[in-house]
Design a protein around this ligand. Structure first.
Ligand code: NAP
Length: 255
């Protein structure tokens, strides 16, 4: 049975590993192409946008896809909307791995906002040292608050307009809480800007901020359309088993 995984996350890579050893499925992993040198993946991978809903529909039809798993990032709402629309149009089952959001804990000093622009103004007028723990496309919003000194950690250098006083630390991680605490102290950071990505991989910076009593400006999650909600790659495998049981193997080509 042919399946498409919309990826770019830890969960998608984990699911790819599970599927690589399961001969019942012929799976392709799709990445947006946001990093120049993506991690090695366990499955055949295609890279780059499909060309909107119609492009995704055409790809699903041409590749005779019988089920789609959306394992994209919680902030990647557009590709998820496209997956819902294309799968509905073609009556292809869609399972969505939804990563739980982080919850505020005792000692957390969070300021929650709805956009990167709102985060830039929430930093205030007094110059501060700010750690931007966000994607490189989103750095542009901080050009509107040029009074701050920014430190940003990215895998690839950004290609957007930037605030004047910004320094890059090029690193892919993972980072544990002790390393994050040392990093924030060394950089004399006053405030952090972060998405609520959820998951374990980038949570240590939240633990470190709590320990150092630093305020974190948290950008709330966007609405992300979805199919059948799955909470892990293992749950996605169980869901794919049930899809396989219903799968007739008939080709959609020429329909
Ligand atoms: P998006 O706004 O949902 O998607 C924008 C377009 O990128 C989509 O319409 C699609 O282009 C293409 N795209 C996205 N994911 C794709 C995939 N897995 N395979 C093929 N094409 C894909 O997502 P985004 O612009 O990538 O990111 C939005 C937010 O998510 C940002 O905050 C970013 O930092 C965060 N994020 C994204 C990823 C990722 O792998 N995408 C990973 C970590 C964090 P077409 O319309 O041409 O098909």
């Amino acid at each position: 049975m042919r399946i498409l995984i919309l990826g770019g996350t830890t969960e998608a890579s984990h699911l790819a590993q599970l599927l690589a050893h399961d001969g019942r499925f012929e799976a392709t992993l799709s990445l947006a192409g946001r990093t120049a040198t993506p991690k090695q993946q366990a499955l055949p991978t295609r890279i780059g946008g499909f060309g909107g809903i119609t492009g995704l529909e055409a790809w699903l039809r041409e590749n005779d896809v019988a089920a789609v798993i959306d394992a994209t990032h919680p902030y990647a709402a557009q590709i998820s909307a496209h997956a819902v629309a294309a799968c509905n149009a073609l009556a292809i089952p869609l399972g969505s791995i939804m990563r739980a959001a982080w919850k505020r804990e005792d000692g957390d000093d969070w300021i929650e906002v709805d956009s990167f622009e709102a985060a830039a103004s929430a930093l205030g007028s007094a110059p501060a040292r700010v750690f931007l723990s966000i994607g490189r496309q989103e750095l542009a919003a901080f050009a509107a608050a040029p009074q701050h000194h920014y430190v940003a950690r990215t895998i690839d250098p950004p290609d957007v307009a930037l605030p004047p006083d910004i320094r890059f630390v090029h690193d892919r991680g993972p980072f544990d809480a002790a390393a994050e605490e040392a990093f924030l102290a060394r950089e004399r950071i006053d405030m952090i800007v972060s998405k609520n990505s959820g998951g374990a991989a980038t949570y240590p910076k939240i633990i470190a901020s709590r320990r150092l009593r630093l305020p974190v400006i948290v950008i709330r999650r966007p609405h992300k359309p979805h199919g059948i909600v799955l909470d892990s790659p293992e749950a996605a495998m169980r869901w794919l088993d049930t899809q396989l049981a219903h799968h007739t193997g008939s080709s959609r080509r020429g329909v």
